[in-house]
Design a binder for this molecule. Structure first.
Ligand code: C2O
Ligand code: CU
Length: 567
């Protein structure tokens, strides 16, 4: 009898703890993603949005380290679409990576594509999103990657794990927002709300009853898997009266860093522990914009969610809002980014010290002069543009990967410069206006297999300086240094952190400054490199790095799947 009781208790305990860790977790290597419209109500009005399986944010993909997962994508929407698995390296398999016209042609309405997600070195939180047009505003969701059996987190196991997806909401249809600014040449409309798990929160009209609520038990620890899925804004995030201990960034572990706020750029993810160690009560968590430009307007609203302690207590009627750094607090942003250190014992390989490929690229906002018949609502009646090394990327109308692997010419050329074509005082306050006009082209950079790459992003003050979250597909990289002003090889290389830099996939390049990354190019394929601010991507702040095949058998691009969407 006693035995039986014990067993029963154990059984109950297992149920309880398992459900705490993840209520709906079931091991699954195959997902069906149906892209379709669904009606959603936010800010007092209802509109159709594009979703996966009718959900916003979309479904969570869960996997163990090293696992392979398949996603059957079925496009039941009315637009072309592609899906991308942000931060998944996809070894030797660029075919499933997703950026439209870079690695595939879009899945047309009615079309299907079975995509393979091969997890290799990633562990922590990533996310997936549409990678065609502006549909990623609503077509995105989390990816949780757990330690594989018999391994563990490099921190005490949390009692539960919680997605915190930060997003942006427009009252109008997102495709109209995109269409309008591309047609007029001006800037896109700012969003009408920021969201936490799809909800604007108590500070917006008609939102209160829907606000996301995290129920916590006093004394327990929660792993927040925070994703910045916003289109155009870097965010500060904080929880009232609670600290956050950052333990991973972009699915790579970090040294624990305890702060009362974090800063997170579009594309980035942060795993942070939250200890429910305060007076039982209601508290707010909140996010708002970090925007350093003195001229740009932005969505200056604040999104909130509630932290609700269990137990009997009389709660304060209006819980306090957390203190967030001021909108333009560049110091707060880079003090945070500069404090994140990687966890060398978990590195996939050593930080490269012997560099074989040096690349420096400017990242600039630009403008094209107005030509006849065009609408020109950009600065001084021009049209907005953006560039890397003075080339404003022209997206082709067929896939670069396909052209590359079939040796088709005319789709792209190999002329992406390794260094800025003009050297000027990139961050000077006044710059000659003619520097503002970039060239157009579909220029890629070809890199030898196994190269060790140092890539320096140099922000410029053309038009206006701003921070840029630069994201590379196909690999993560060590973020070894950053600073303000012009990058100075001699002086700035000495400041690099080659000991414990974070291993990330998206780096925020400081306004009127630079950031340096290092990595080993050991994943053959066609890999997109771009600013993760959607408006800058639309304007041409992107290029493609092609990593050639190596000599070894396992150093070559795999053959394409049979159901690649036709061009
Ligand atoms: Cu988050 Cu090119 O992607
Ligand atoms: Cu940018």
């Amino acid at each position: 009898m006693k035995m039986w009781l014990d067993k029963k208790i154990i059984f109950l305990q297992i149920i309880c703890c398992f459900s705490l860790i993840d209520i709906s977790y079931q091991r699954q290597n195959e997902y069906n993603f149906v892209v379709k419209e669904a009606n959603y109500t936010r800010l007092c009005s209802t509109k159709p949005i594009l979703t996966v399986n009718g959900k916003f944010p979309g479904p969570i993909i869960r996997a163990y380290y090293g696992e392979t997962v398949y996603v059957n994508v079925h496009n039941k929407g009315k637009y072309n679409i592609t899906l991308h698995w942000h931060g998944v390296a996809q070894p030797r398999n660029p075919w499933s990576d997703g950026p439209e016209y870079i690695t595939q042609c879009p899945i047309k309405p009615g079309g299907k594509f079975r995509q393979k997600l091969k997890f290799s070195i990633e562990e922590g939180t990533l996310w997936w999103h549409a990678h065609s047009d502006w549909s990623r505003a609503t077509v995105h969701g989390p990816i949780f990657i757990y330690p594989r059996k018999n391994t563990s987190y490099p921190f005490p196991k949390p009692n539960a794990e919680v997605p915190v997806v930060l997003g942006e909401w427009w009252k109008s249809e997102i495709m109209d927002v995109q269409e309008e600014f591309l047609r007029t040449g001006g800037g896109p409309n700012n969003s009408d709300a920021l969201t936490i798990n799809g909800q604007p929160g108590d500070l917006y009209p008609c939102s209160k009853s829907e606000t996301f609520k995290l129920n916590v038990d006093p004394g327990k620890t929660y792993l927040l898997r925070i994703i910045n899925a916003a289109m155009n804004v870097v965010l500060f995030f904080s929880v009232s009266k609670h600290n956050l201990t950052v333990v991973a960034a972009d699915a790579s572990y970090t040294k624990p860093l305890t702060r009362d706020y974090i800063c997170i750029a579009p594309g980035q993810t942060v795993d942070a522990l939250l200890h429910a160690n305060q007076e039982p009560n209601n508290y707010y968590m909140a996010a708002r914009v970090y925007s350093s430009s003195p001229v740009l307007t932005f969505d200056n609203t604040t999104t909130t969610a509630r932290l609700h302690y269990s137990g009997n207590y009389t709660s304060t009627s209006s819980p306090p809002l957390p203190k967030l750094p001021y909108y333009n607090d560049t110091k707060a942003a880079y003090n945070y980014f500069g404090s994140i250190k990687g966890l060398p014992k978990r590195y996939p390989y050593k930080v490269p010290t012997n560099i074989t490929t040096h690349i420096v690229t400017t990242i600039s906002l630009n403008s094209f002069p107005c030509s006849e018949g065009q609408i020109c609502q950009g600065p001084n009646r021009t049209r907005f543009a953006a560039s890397m090394n003075n080339i404003s990327f022209q997206t082709p109308s067929s896939s670069i990967l396909q052209a590359y692997s079939n040796h088709v010419s005319g789709v792209y050329d190999r002329g992406f410069p390794s260094f800025p074509p003009f050297i000027f005082n990139f961050t000077a306050e006044y710059l000659p206006l003619d520097l503002e006009i970039p060239r157009r082209g579909t220029k890629v950079k070809v890199i030898k297999y196994g190269s060790t790459v140092e890539l320096v992003f140099q922000g410029t003050r053309l038009l206006q300086g701003i921070d840029h979250p630069m994201h590379l597909h196909g690999t993560s990289f060590y973020f070894v240094g950053h600073g303000f002003g012009n990058f100075d090889e001699e002086k700035d290389r000495k400041t690099y952190n080659l000991v414990d830099p974070p291993f990330i996939n998206t780096v925020l390049v400081p306004i009127n400054g630079w950031a340096a990354i290092r990595y080993r190019a050991s994943n053959p394929g066609v890999w997109f490199l771009h600013c993760h601010l959607e408006r800058h991507l639309s304007w041409g702040m992107e290029t493609v790095f092609i990593v050639k095949n190596g000599k070894g058998h396992h150093q070559k691009i795999l053959p394409p799947p049979p159901d690649m969407p036709p061009c």
